[in-house]
Design a protein around this ligand. Structure first.
Ligand code: SAM
Length: 214
């Protein structure tokens, strides 16, 4: 499938840890991390897709005794994540590179997280990315996903002094895309969220706790 990543990694390279300052409140994300931590045995493997700075998720899961592998398109984010969470492993990789059986196959995982990272893909790639996540999970494996509720496809927005392109769905459509990719949705929550310092307007964040059926 054709990929257009123009400007996406560059934006996050430039934003760096400014991202953590702009989005300090991450209740939904931390709650999803707690769900994984209490559901998984110690030393379970977790893949964090679009890990950003490693905060809070890679650190939270590592401190909970899980083995975390993080991937991100932005070299700057990977560098920050390595510094913030030295006990996890990070790779600079595109979500689309994580194909099972491919040259960057990261192995199989007991859980996968993708917090606000699949929204960086054009819509045509999202079902494919979700099916990849499913294949990377062991049967019964857990998947924590967050997206912003919005009916947009590859839509350019100003973001912390940069321009990024984002996609989203209204919640009924998001549930359908996730179920069609082969997941059960076991819990759902939403948070109305006004970032501390960004030119983006308030947003509705959707968190889905999912499972790959056995
Ligand atoms: C909005 S940030 C979210 C970061 C982190 N998951 C969090 O919630 O704090 C999106 C992250 O996805 C990364 N990203 C964007 N496109 C990606 C892609 N195609 N593959 C992997 N990571 C990507 C960005 O570099 C950025 O770090």
């Amino acid at each position: 499938m054709e990929r257009d990543r123009a400007g996406q990694a560059e934006a996050f390279d430039a934003i760096g840890d400014g991202y953590d300052n702009a989005f300090p409140h991450k209740e939904g994300q931390v709650a999803a991390g707690e769900w994984l931590a209490k559901s998984l045995p110690a030393a379970s493997r977790v893949l964090d897709i679009g890990c950003g700075t490693g905060l809070p998720t890679a650190r939270q899961l590592t401190e909970a005794g899980l083995e975390v592998v993080g991937v991100d398109l932005s070299a700057g984010m990977v560098e920050l994540a390595r510094r913030n969470v030295p006990d996890a492993v990070f790779h600079r990789l595109d979500i689309a590179d994580l194909v099972p059986g491919g040259p960057h196959d990261p192995g199989r995982f007991d859980a996968v997280t993708a917090f606000f990272s699949l929204l960086m893909l054009p819509r045509r790639e999202i079902p494919y990315a979700l099916r990849t996540v499913r294949e990377l999970l062991v049967p019964g494996g857990l998947f924590a996903l967050s997206m912003v509720e919005a009916d947009v496809d590859d839509f350019a927005i100003p973001f912390l002094g940069n321009t990024i392109r984002v996609s989203g769905y209204l919640r009924d459509d998001l549930r359908k895309v996730v179920r069609d990719a082969g997941f059960e949705i076991v819990e759902e929550s939403s948070y109305s969220y006004a970032p501390a310092s960004t030119d983006a307007p308030p947003e509705e964040q959707l968190f889905l706790h999912c499972r790959r059926p056995v």
